[in-house]
Design a protein around this ligand. Structure first.
Ligand SMILES: Cc1ncc(COP(=O)(O)O)c(C=O)c1O
Length: 493
């Protein structure tokens, strides 16, 4: 059996075993249909293996950091394994890096590293972030670094902007060489799915004395990552952060991987139980080993173990293969969406110029993004997300750019006014469980929406939120899912 066959078979097996693939809802025309989940960039569905490992691990659950009783031994050992798995998945040399869990997603980790880098080099008061960033990889630096400089986007073909403009980055690095502390960029945009060449960016940053932080929230589930061991050590990454809930494990903590020497040079950002060797009334002695010194308090042990299990499964499929398979899906979707009249796709659509993973954001001309998303849900049971995806500067730039391309003669004021009417996009995003059937369903739905635009629009009004809501059809959430009702039934058993 070839490796290719093995990967493909493993992928098929894993792909069909996610929690929630069979969820059925009643849609606006009264039919009950299966949900098509195209909202993985916000949060992925849970991998079956991650779900099942929890069931089995919870029989042994106990706090970690003890090897006394049987369950504590198991918990401690498996929790340690979870750290090792993450380092090996990210190809981060365990002699150089440590990994620790923090908060409920990537945001806690990005804030943490912003403070760590600030304290590590207090004499360097400038951080660079790109215009592509999620607010979680922008605002922490605005708050914790002295000054933030935004790096503009590249519009490769002179059309839609794509990834980070490396020439502009280099120019700014030269300009701020004496003050630059670090460059913080996303590996993959949560709006367009465009992939940044993170190791090339690391090289550039290092050449000018800057550290590099990669926001890997949209990377870990989608592509192979190599943090260290490059032939050119400048390509290595100093810190990397990602989210379990975007990597097939809802409820998992966020993850930080960072060079140990950086963390060792400063006192841990968070203090409390578990990270000290001894405490006296007038002082305390911080542990000198990792990851303990970075993990104050009782960790989310089950979440960490489930996440590492998902990574083990992904590793066995092979991340090269995962990316290859997803690229076919994304290219298929992009190509067919472009053929639908009135569909505008944001960002460079030629994946040879700008490779993508995960997300495609778009609008239907003449339709508000909120209306398109509501119709996709109510009439087609397709779950997408809309608005600005916590990336306001990027979304604004992409929409303004598209409007400019459409009408070069618009004044700034006209642009701003038109922008206010659109001010958002619809995002279809993909995970391991999505197949070409889901792309077919999206394409068919978009074609139908475009052809029945006026008729469908009349079925909606804007409520006080203001959200687009159907005039007559409404899902009663409490009828569909109610915790008190669940507890009633549980108690009555
Ligand atoms: C690129 C990117 N960075 C950071 C975040 C924040 O992640 P979390 O919600 O896990 O804190 C997100 C979430 O959407 C994201 O897409």
């Amino acid at each position: 059996m070839t490796t290719q066959t093995t990967s493909s078979e493993l992928l098929k097996k894993v792909q069909s075993n996610f929690i929630g693939l069979d969820t059925v809802y009643t849609i606006a025309d009264g039919r009950k249909t299966k949900r098509i989940y195209l909202d993985s960039t916000a949060s992925t569905l849970m991998m079956g293996a991650a779900h099942d490992i929890l069931e089995s691990f919870l029989d042994h659950y106990a706090n970690s950091h003890s090897k006394l009783h049987f369950s504590a031994k198991i918990s401690t050992q498996v929790y340690d394994w979870a750290h090792e798995k993450i380092l090996s998945f990210l190809k981060a040399d365990p002699e150089i890096y440590t990994c620790f869990f923090t908060g409920s997603g990537a945001t806690a980790g990005l804030n943490r590293i912003a403070r760590v880098f600030r304290d590590f080099r207090p004499d360097k008061d400038v951080a660079f972030v790109s215009l592509m960033e999620h607010h979680s990889n922008d605002l922490p630096h605005r708050k914790h670094a002295g000054e933030v400089v935004h790096i503009p986007l590249d519009s490769h073909t002179g059309n839609q902007p794509g990834c980070l403009n490396l020439e502009a980055l280099e120019e700014k690095l030269i300009e701020y060489q004496d003050r630059i502390n670090y460059v913080a960029v996303t590996g993959v945009s949560n709006v367009t799915g465009i992939i940044n060449p993170v190791n090339d960016i690391a090289k550039l940053a290092h050449q000018y004395g800057a550290l590099i932080l990669i926001d890997g929230a949209q990377m870990a589930a989608h592509l192979p990552i190599q943090l260290s061991g490059h032939d050119d050590p400048d390509c290595n990454v100093d810190a990397f952060v990602f989210s379990g809930h975007k990597t097939y494990v809802p409820g998992s903590p966020g993850v930080v991987v960072c060079r140990q020497d950086i963390l060792k040079a400063i006192e841990p950002e968070e203090v409390g139980g578990g990270m000290v060797d001894d405490v006296f009334v007038d002082r305390y002695i911080v542990k000198d080993y990792f990851p303990d010194r970075e993990e104050a308090g009782t960790p989310n042990i089950p979440g960490a173990i489930a996440l590492a299990t998902a990574l083990e499964v992904l590793e066995r499929i092979g991340m090269d293969y995962v990316l290859e398979d997803e690229t076919i899906l994304i290219e298929n979707a992009l190509e067919r969406m472009q053929q639908i009249p009135d569909v505008v796709i944001y960002g460079e659509t030629d994946c040879n110029i700008c490779p993508r993973a995960g997300s495609i954001s778009f609008n239907i001309k003449g339709m508000h993004h909120g209306l398109t998303a509501a119709i996709l849900n109510d009439y087609f049971n397709i779950a997408v997300r809309n608005e600005c995806f916590c990336a306001h500067p990027y979304v604004k730039e992409m929409i303004l750019d598209d409007m400019l391309l459409a009408s070069e003669s618009m004044t700034d004021e006209e642009l701003e006014n038109d922008y206010k009417l659109i001010a958002g996009m619809v995002r279809a995003s993909f995970g391991l469980y999505n197949t070409s059937n889901d792309v077919d369903a999206l394409i068919d739905a978009l074609k139908e929406i475009v052809s029945r635009k006026d008729e469908l629009t009349q079925n909606y009004h804007v409520d006080e939120s203001p959200d687009y809501v159907h005039n007559t059809f409404k899902m009663d959430v409490n009828n569909r899912f109610s915790v008190p009702e669940f507890v009633d039934q549980y108690m009555a058993k």
